[in-house]
Design a protein around this ligand. Structure first.
Ligand SMILES: Nc1nc2c(ncn2[C@@H]2O[C@H](COP(=O)(O)OP(=O)(O)OP(=O)(O)O)[C@@H](O)[C@H]2O)c(=O)[nH]1
Ligand SMILES: [Mg+2]
Length: 325
């Protein structure tokens, strides 16, 4: 994926459907400018609640959603697409919007929420939608609601904050106007179809390694860390990371991954408490699908009180049978 111009780049952030609108709100509350945001929905009420400056109400048939959105995104150099998969609106419209926006000079990175484990039918629908999304985007960052629930049963939406934060970080880097940095970041995101993201607060820049380890303990999707090919570290704090601190952060990531990976770190100034996001990139759709099968089986086992390691209860339909769809 290549960006077309070296000047400060324009970013459009598009949220599609209920989850997409909600992720968009999180991004705006993290500081993404509502002027750059487009809320798209078939649900008039959800749309009216959005703070986004641009809104597209899709009616009855979602036939040409992309053309309705295009006027709001065509001036931008980079599109971030937010949606939840498994429902009707986001699953059908988001891949079409991605396709129209994406070409050689206008990369599209999507952040998608996958349904909770109890939304079984929807999870199947979502994995089909995911296939379309990964085909239509340069990189798809997965926020798996099932993984989120496992981490923090009390706070179902912790991952949405992570996503909002990550979106703010990505758009900030691209808008910074340092083309070699944006290119490198997009290059690392594009190492594979799928990525995961995680965040943590940073007590002090000296303790960057323990923050990285904290973050990697709670990735937004249950993908095997060892299969990551790249990492993008976005740091926000009063003082930027020094080269030495960035090297320490890299060491922590590489030791958890178990091998050397592509890496970039970018610091942005913020008066607030310091924090970091790490994107682990380079996963294929197949790896993601495999990980979700394991996760679902694990959770079913928990649900039925079966000891770990038993494989007696699996899914009635194996997810990998869906791959050819
Ligand atoms: N993380 C997160 N996931 C959500 C949120 N809202 C819904 N989801 C998930 O996203 C999936 C899709 O739901 P929606 O976004 O409401 O569906 P939609 O695209 O609006 O589609 P329809 O309402 O069916 O037309 C659901 O199965 C939920 O698991 C949210 O606010 N945050
Ligand atoms: Mg909806």
């Amino acid at each position: 994926m290549k960006l077309k111009s070296p000047r400060g780049l324009q970013v459009a952030v598009v949220g599609v459907g209920g989850a997409g609108n909600s992720l968009l709100s999180h991004a705006m509350s993290e500081g993404v400018n509502p002027k750059n945001c487009v809320a798209v929905n078939t649900d008039r009420n959800q749309l009216s609640e959005s703070q986004a400056q641009n809104k597209v109400l899709l009616t009855d048939s979602v036939r040409f959603p992309a053309h309705r959105v295009a006027p709001f995104t065509q001036e931008s150099d980079f599109t971030i697409l937010l949606t939840g998969l498994g429902g009707a609106t986001g699953t059908s419209a988001a891949p079409l919007i991605a396709q129209l926006n994406r070409n050689q000079v206008r990369p599209v990175v999507s952040v998608v929420a996958l349904p909770f484990i109890h939304e079984r039918e929807r999870r199947f629908m979502a994995l089909r939608g995911l296939k379309k999304m990964v085909e239509a985007c340069d990189c798809t960052v997965i926020i798996d609601n099932a993984a989120d629930l496992r981490h923090s049963p009390g706070s179902e939406r912790a991952a949405d904050e992570t996503a909002g934060f990550a979106v703010k970080g990505l758009s900030e880097v691209v808008a910074m106007g340092k083309p070699h940095v944006s290119q490198r970041m997009l290059g690392i995101l594009g190492l594979g179809q799928v990525a995961t993201v995680c965040t943590a607060f940073v007590d002090s820049n000296e303790k960057i390694q323990s923050s990285v380890i904290d973050a990697l303990r709670m990735p937004s999707a249950n993908l095997p860390v060892t299969k990551a090919k790249g990492a993008v570290l976005l740091f926000r704090g009063v003082k930027p990371l020094s080269a030495g601190q960035a090297a320490h952060a890299y060491e922590a990531i590489a030791s958890l991954v178990g091998h050397d990976i592509e890496f970039i770190h970018v610091s942005a100034r913020s008066a607030e408490i310091s924090s970091l996001s790490v994107f682990l990139t380079g996963y294929s759709y197949g790896t993601a699908l495999g990980a979700f099968v394991d996760l679902i089986e694990g959770l079913y086992d928990m649900e039925y009180g079966i000891e770990a390691g038993s494989s007696e209860i699996g899914l009635p339909v194996r997810l990998y049978q869906m791959e050819g769809i």
